[in-house]
Design a protein around this ligand. Structure first.
Ligand code: DQA
Length: 383
């Protein structure tokens, strides 16, 4: 079993009692137990260590070189000034993932700087304790298949992670994957990586898209334009079958995948799969979905419905599969059925797949719903 070292830094021994409105009520002992269990489920043997002393953490990182396949590190405040920890991480060959329970980008300005992130393969923050699980999942997925990261623009977030099947034929179908997260900084393309790994295993070329989000130049229309641009670059990758250009999005990512389908003049998908998609931005804005997520992306000018909202841009002429999660408490299943009805009325080809699952379970490799989503694109040989 692969081994992961989970390191927690200064003041994390006070978890549960320390500023619970920011860090929650879970104690460090409970956190260590939970992370150990998550590790077992995901195929990792987890060892946990906490210290309030920089030198002790540095030494643990040194020791990890021989003994561990990955490090998950919440360095606490050392994140913001410990060059020794940066250098220790840079010195060892073990991939490290930086984790923060709170959203360090949305707090005091000094917390926005991380001097260790350059020595880490990923940074996960603002997702609470489950952030540690996302870190384990990322370690698992980055080991599964080789990844080539390709820029599609000049900004840091304008990039796609391309994975290729191990024994490709002359051409392969393409899946361009667009993550959700209500356009917020803390939700990144690691959340849809399991889809990429599974589809690649089934012979697809996959492009998992990152795009600008709120706080890094994203919102309306920049995030949407980024997704369309990423699609255009992915569609011209060598070995891609031009007849099978799929876009698959989750939640707000599905909004943008559907939007790209309606974007004349751009390279468009042949098929779109919307999983728990926010198909109607007019309704989502009126309902205040996700703490006012739609209003928050509008910036200086509120777009007209037919500019931004997929439900108001029909028909697209592109075949769409709508996956609706019947236990979704964020995006009501009627977002899928309403879109399906309107799109059929407008003449589009639409399929509806209803799953007894939640908004997030479709992203989890241990949940059958994820397999059902993948099967809907790429039926398994063994099914
Ligand atoms: C923290 C964020 C740091 O800024 C802070 O100093 C901590 C905890 C987090 O998990 O959110 O101690 O790393």
């Amino acid at each position: 079993m692969r081994r992961v070292l989970v390191l927690n830094g200064p003041n994390l021994d006070l978890l549960g009692v320390r500023e619970p409105e920011i860090y929650g009520r879970t104690s460090l002992a409970a956190l260590a137990d939970t992370v150990w269990t998550w590790g077992r489920e995901l195929g990792f043997d987890v060892e946990h260590f906490q210290s309030n002393h920089e030198g002790e953490l540095v030494e643990r990182v040194h020791d990890a070189a021989q003994r561990f396949d990955g490090i998950v590190l919440n360095a606490g405040a050392l994140t913001h000034y410990s060059f020794s920890l940066h250098d220790a991480l840079a010195a060892v060959e073990v991939p490290a993932i930086e984790v923060h329970i709170s959203n360090v980008r949305a707090r005091e300005p000094w917390r926005r700087r991380s001097v260790i992130s350059a020595a880490c393969v990923a940074s996960i923050y603002g997702r609470g304790i489950p952030g540690y699980r996302w870190a384990l999942l990322h370690l698992r997925n980055r080991d599964a298949t080789p990844i080539e990261t390709i820029p599609y623009g000049e900004k840091r977030d304008q990039k796609i992670d391309v994975r290729r099947p191990t024994s490709p034929g002359p051409s392969a179908p393409l899946a361009v994957i667009v993550h959700g997260g209500l356009w917020r900084q803390e939700w990144t393309s690691d959340t849809t990586e399991t889809w990429a790994v599974e589809l690649t295993r089934r012979g697809w070329i996959t492009a998992n898209v990152e795009y600008r989000r709120l706080g890094s130049g994203g919102g309306w229309p920049e995030s949407f334009v980024d997704v369309t641009a990423a699609f255009g670059v992915a569609a011209t990758l060598p070995g891609v079958d031009p007849q099978r250009l799929h876009a698959i999005g989750h939640s707000a990512g599905a909004t943008m995948a559907l939007w790209s389908a309606g974007q004349t003049g751009a390279v468009r998908p042949t098929n779109v799969t919307s999983v728990a998609g926010i198909t109607d931005l007019v309704r989502a804005r009126a309902e205040g979905l996700g703490d006012g997520a739609v209003a928050s992306i509008e910036g200086r000018r509120r777009p007209r419905p037919e500019e931004a909202s997929p439900r108001h841009r029909l028909p697209t002429g592109v075949a769409v599969t709508l996956v609706s999660c019947l236990a979704d408490t964020l995006v009501d299943p009627s977002y899928a059925t309403d879109y399906a009805f309107a799109a059929r009325q407008a003449g589009d080809q639409v399929e509806l797949l209803e799953l007894e699952t939640t908004h997030g379970a479709v992203l989890d490799p241990l949940e059958p719903a994820l397999g059902a989503v993948i099967d809907s694109l790429a039926p398994s040989q063994h099914a």
